[in-house]
Design a protein around this ligand. Structure first.
Ligand SMILES: Nc1ncnc2c1ncn2[C@@H]1O[C@H](COP(=O)(O)OP(=O)(O)OP(=O)(O)O)[C@@H](O)[C@H]1O
Length: 239
């Protein structure tokens, strides 16, 4: 079966509480994502879905990590020491992170944003940009600037940019939050239908849609809630 895209152990991140709210601690004793995985990350608002995705995307530094293997390479020391250049290199090569707010470069058209993503990831040809844009219903918008798009169109443009990079690990933070039911369905199916060798982890509040598209659900749950601390961990659904 080869090696996992991600295999990590003993991950802990604590955030101090904001004015009057309890501190937040995310504990992931073990997490393994195999190529071909289609996982929906679910849980109530504020439970830590974006925080976990940021950790897995190497954007947020954990307080502890016993092991953090990305495509077989142990990067826990780089992560804990925040070695930015190395982390950027791992991210560019192996991870595509689709952010809720798009993260598109404002001075490049939708198509140019997508082409830049293929170049940065050294993903080669951009021929599939048109095909993917077609599937997302935004082919006529490829020449437009992000500022000329609606929120939902911009979200699909961000998904397009995330999917052309051909990274082995695709992370997406609520990629259908701004979409109507029809476009949400089409977008989620397109993500689910990515090539089999990719591992995909998508956070969403649309559990029924995730399940309908064949995603297994991983749920973040509060193990402990007190005035001082909310302690959160991950429940992994047996596949
Ligand atoms: N800038 C911040 N500083 C400190 N704590 C924060 C900050 N942003 C979020 N938090 C806390 O971190 C925890 C996790 O937030 P996160 O945004 O990861 O949750 P989420 O599950 O993605 O929420 P949602 O579904 O609403 O997007 C929350 O308890 C929140 O209060």
């Amino acid at each position: 079966m080869g090696e996992p895209c991600l295999d990590l152990a003993g991950l802990v991140l604590t955030r101090a509480g904001r004015a009057g709210s309890p501190a937040f601690r995310l504990e992931i004793p073990r997490l393994t994502l195999w190529p071909g995985a289609r996982i929906g990350l679910v849980g109530e608002s504020g439970i830590g879905k974006s925080t976990l995705l940021d950790l897995l995307a190497l954007i947020r530094r954990p307080d502890q990590a016993k092991s953090f293997r990305l495509l077989g390479t142990e990067i826990a020391p780089d992560l804990l020491k925040d070695r930015a250049r190395r982390l950027t290199r791992y991210r560019r090569r192996h991870i595509s992170y689709i952010l809720q707010d798009g993260g598109l470069l404002p001075y490049l058209s939708v198509g140019a944003n997508a082409r830049l993503a293929t170049r940065l990831a050294r993903a080669g040809h951009g021929a599939q940009i048109e095909t993917l844009a077609e599937g997302l219903g935004i082919a006529p918008l490829l020449h437009k600037l992000p500022s000329a798009l609606s929120g939902g169109q911009r979200q699909r443009a961000a998904v397009l940019r995330g999917l052309v990079s051909q990274a082995e690990l695709i992370l997406a933070d609520e990629p259908t939050a701004a979409l109507d039911a029809t476009n949400a369905g089409a977008t989620m199916r397109l993500i689910a239908d990515l090539p089999e060798d990719r591992a995909v982890l998508v956070s969403s509040h649309h559990e029924a849609l995730l399940s309908a598209c064949g995603f297994a659900l991983w749920r973040l749950v509060a193990r402990e809630r007190s005035a001082a601390l909310t302690r959160v961990s991950l429940e992994i659904e047996a596949i």
